[in-house]
Design a protein around this ligand. Structure first.
Ligand SMILES: C[S@@+](CC[C@H](N)C(=O)[O-])C[C@H]1O[C@@H](n2cnc3c(N)ncnc32)[C@H](O)[C@@H]1O
Length: 382
């Protein structure tokens, strides 16, 4: 990810505005951040920054409909402030008016490119206290239709929160085999790969969500292709698997033998929950001896993380060093959630709400439409 100086911008406020624009935050949010840069005003200096750092850098093909809406709102606000509008902004808006019809989007499954920048420490900006080397910008092709791909082609707040959790505790995931259920657009997978998991297995039950996820992994330079060395087929570090919970067999699941299981916003459809709990229970109950050997080796490394800092006890398995799952969820319907908890208990799983017990850094202060405080994180283990 580019640092403040690389953008040719002078303040963290500008970085927030540009990051919000590239993440395709609602125009109101970006304009309010632009006003913060201009001390309340959308003057020439702010307009020129929006032009050079936002509009000129956008992908016309993938962000056209968003740019059109944004420019319309921006021009209206500048005019109603009684300010002069930069010629370039007018000209660009006119271009979109003639080249893009509103019904282009209405026709169906339109995609948009979101660029999610996790903002880490920077001495000049003082954003958050983490090494800048962990900087990360993730490109995600998402659908404008929230239901496309069984909801798996949209980015949901729970996966943003789970990503912040992963980046807050990279030491837990380094050198671990991580398995995600209901991965959707793949943001969590990119973050686990970034913190150097030894294996990243992403899964989803919907084929169009899987196809979109693969596009996103490639956009982020993560290949899922196997390759061969000396006639041996070597599987890539990142794998995408089609895994409908209803048809996943215990044998299939045990082969993955993950150390950590992840899931974001997968607790919402009561009819799927018995199957989801079955998948979690199988993955959390290691039975093969090779798995136990691997676990013993890991447990020896576990006390001290790769950067030398101790791994918070609350995040590990309390007694056996067995696998743990981290699930994030927005609790929209308490009955559905309680049903999940009851099923988990029946399957001998312990679910612990750790939301207030760990400090998860806010790496996305500019993402004002992200309802961070509505997301909870649970540790689940057997
Ligand atoms: C609300 S989306 C969340 C996607 C992603 N984790 C996120 O938070 O952005 C739910 C995901 O779970 C997947 N899913 C739902 N039911 C499933 C099932 N029965 N088997 C496998 N995947 C399922 C959907 O395809 C979708 O990708």
């Amino acid at each position: 990810m580019a640092a403040v100086e690389d953008y040719g911008i002078s303040s963290p406020l500008q970085l927030h505005m540009i990051s919000a624009f590239l993440a395709t935050e609602p125009p109101d949010v970006v304009i309010s951040l632009a006003r913060d840069c201009g001390g309340g005003s959308l003057d020439d200096r702010v307009q020129s920054c929006i032009w050079r750092q936002c509009i000129c850098k956008a992908d016309v093909k993938l962000q056209g409909p968003y740019l059109k809406r944004f420019l319309k709102k921006l021009i209206l606000e500048i005019e109603s402030d009684g300010q002069d509008v930069l010629d370039e902004l007018y000209e660009h808006y006119a271009f979109y008016l003639t080249s893009l019809q509103d019904n282009d989007v209405a026709k169906g499954n339109s995609r948009i490119l979101k660029s999610i920048s996790f903002l880490f420490a920077d001495e000049s900006s003082g954003l958050v206290s983490c090494p800048k080397s962990r900087n990360l910008e993730v490109q995600l092709q998402c659908s404008l239709n929230m239901l496309e791909g069984d909801t798996g082609c949209s980015l949901w707040p729970s996966s943003i929160f789970l990503s912040e959790f992963i980046l807050s505790f990279p030491e837990i995931f380094a050198n671990k085999c991580c398995f995600e259920v209901g991965s959707g657009v793949g943001l969590v997978g990119v973050c686990i790969a970034h913190v150097k998991a030894s294996k990243v297995i992403l899964s989803d039950g919907d084929l169009s969500a899987l196809a979109n996820m693969k596009v996103n992994l490639e956009l982020n330079h993560l290949s899922t292709n196997s390759y061969s060395i000396d006639d041996r087929v070597v599987r890539s570090m990142v794998q995408c698997v089609c895994l409908p919970w209803e048809s996943a067999t215990k044998d299939d699941l045990r082969r993955f033998a993950p150390d950590i299981i992840l899931g974001a916003d997968v607790i919402y459809d009561p009819s799927c929950l018995p199957h989801l709990v079955q998948v979690l229970a199988t993955l959390l109950r290691p039975e093969s001896s090779s798995h136990n050997e691997k676990r013993l080796n890991h447990s020896l490394q576990e006390k001290v993380a790769s950067n030398g800092s101790p791994v918070p006890e609350i995040l590990g398995h309390p007694s056996t060093n067995g696998p743990v799952a981290f699930l994030t969820s927005v609790i929209r319907n308490i009955e559905t959630f309680n049903y999940f908890l009851a099923l988990a208990k029946k399957a001998d799983l312990i679910a612990m709400d750790i939301t207030e017990k760990v400090e998860i850094f806010e790496f996305l202060p500019y993402l004002r439409s992200y309802p961070r405080s509505n997301v909870r994180i649970f540790k689940i283990y057997m």
